[in-house]
Write a protein that binds this ligand. Structure first.
Ligand SMILES: Cc1cc2nc3c(=O)[nH]c(=O)nc-3n(C[C@H](O)[C@H](O)[C@H](O)COP(=O)(O)O)c2cc1C
Length: 402
């Protein structure tokens, strides 16, 4: 299904060797019925000519910040107002750096800074440029600002090296954009926002000892990724995990349940909360400043942590429209989950059996039952955690589309 028809795409072409691919990209965008305006950086002109772009778009190519014919019309403002989305393909290391620092020194960087539209980057560069800490920090910063990113891909580069840094193929970019504008049409219009909590929490006893659990955060990360891929603006609040930061998601790292509670509160209001974190029920009443000597440990005084799920479900003014909790159980899974939905006042509980190693915390697989407040329970049979996440996301979006 074509969702690009009549969509206004502002394509920024920067000075990378992959700029030739942007010509094919324009051709495909045109054949999908999209409207295209292009900005070419000064260095981009070294790789593709304005003439070849114009021949494909039948529109002028915007190049210069101070080029507006009419003084009343400032291109950097009018272009960003005109478009539905800004696509930067290829996005060089230099341009990514400029965006991340908020520079406004040429037409491309100025209009991006002046825009409130979604910005999609398609990075392309040598593997070492991409892997450089500076580029990685710049890109993480932009992802945290809500920029989206397609690729880069792993493969052989123009310079003869092999690795991550290749620009995604135009067909993949088209697929991404179609996805972006399709199922998300509803979401984009309504700007759905979600918080996903994930991972374990750590409750320190002294500087080196803590109470925690075996959660790896995999299921929560997959749900955050899947929501974000469907266009939901997602904040992932994660306890300590070894997982890579997912792309296109604002990631907030926390340690304790108290921090998770505070960060969740700060991230409100949202439409959806998926509380997948295995939040510690207890914390020690007083964390010791220095390591406790063996002979001094007699008993631990514990107190209850704040109940994040219940707090969200019962919040008067900021209650998300859909509050989903997780129940990690080792026995009486359904019965305990049915009990939990009543005591936590949430809308759905996703129950899983963490006693089985093949679908437990560390596994890549899961099997869950969804306990709904207002309808019959539903089993999602054993499959990859990423597929479970897609099924959950599908049901969340159906809930908002119905
Ligand atoms: C032959 C050649 C190929 C280049 N390819 C890339 C590239 O693929 N990615 C990149 O980030 N920079 C590349 N560069 C460096 C950029 O052109 C340079 O950083 C420039 O300042 C980018 O300008 P812009 O981001 O304003 O377009 C290349 C330079 C040359 C000379």
């Amino acid at each position: 299904m074509n969702h690009l028809k009549e969509k206004k795409i502002l394509l920024i072409i920067t000075g990378g060797i992959a700029a030739y691919k942007s010509l094919e990209l324009i051709r495909l965008l045109k054949s999908e019925g999209a409207k295209i305006k292009t900005v070419l950086t000064k260095n981009g002109k070294e790789f593709v000519t304005p003439l070849s772009i114009t021949s494909l778009t039948h529109n002028k190519v915007y190049e210069d910040l101070f080029d507006a014919k009419d003084e009343a019309e400032m291109d950097h403002i009018s272009l960003s107002r005109w478009c539905d989305v800004i696509l930067v393909a290829p996005a060089t290391a230099n341009t990514i750096s400029k965006f991340s620092y908020g520079n406004a020194e040429d037409l491309a960087s100025t209009l991006v800074l002046a825009s409130n539209k979604k910005i999609i980057l398609v990075p392309a560069m040598n593997v070492r440029m991409w892997m450089h800490q500076a580029t990685q920090e710049n890109i993480s910063k932009l992802l945290n600002y809500g920029y989206l990113c397609i690729g880069p891909e792993i493969g052989e580069m123009a310079c003869g090296e092999y690795g991550e840094g290749k620009m995604s193929e135009p067909s993949k970019i088209i697929k991404f954009l179609n996805n972006f504008f399709s199922e998300k049409k509803f979401i984009l219009n309504n700007k759905l926002k979600a918080i996903v909590t994930s991972g374990p929490t750590k409750e320190y006893i002294d500087p080196i000892r803590y109470i925690s659990n075996d959660s790896t955060g995999k299921q929560g990360y997959e749900i955050a990724k899947s929501l974000s891929e469907k266009g939901v603006e997602t904040t992932l609040i994660s306890g300590p995990t070894n997982l890579l930061s997912p792309k296109n998601i604002k990631l907030i790292k926390v340690q304790s349940a108290e921090e998770m509670y505070e960060e969740t509160k700060k991230s409100l209001p949202v439409d959806i909360v998926v509380s997948a974190a295995a939040v510690g029920d207890f914390k020690v009443s007083q964390i010791k400043k220095n390591k406790i000597k063996k002979q001094d440990i007699t008993k631990l005084e514990l107190e209850k942590n704040k109940d994040i799920l219940k707090f969200l479900s019962t919040h008067n003014s900021l209650r998300p429209k859909l509050v989903i909790g997780f129940a990690a159980e080792t026995n009486n899974i359904i019965k305990n989950a049915e009990e939990k939905i009543k005591t936590k006042y949430c809308d759905w509980i996703i129950a899983n059996d963490v006693s089985k190693s093949e679908i437990g915390f560390a596994s890549d697989f899961n099997e869950v039952s969804i306990i709904y407040k207002n309808k019959n329970n539903e089993l999602i049979s054993k499959r990859k955690k990423s597929e479970i996440a897609e099924e959950i996301t599908k049901r969340i979006l159906e809930n908002f589309n119905s």
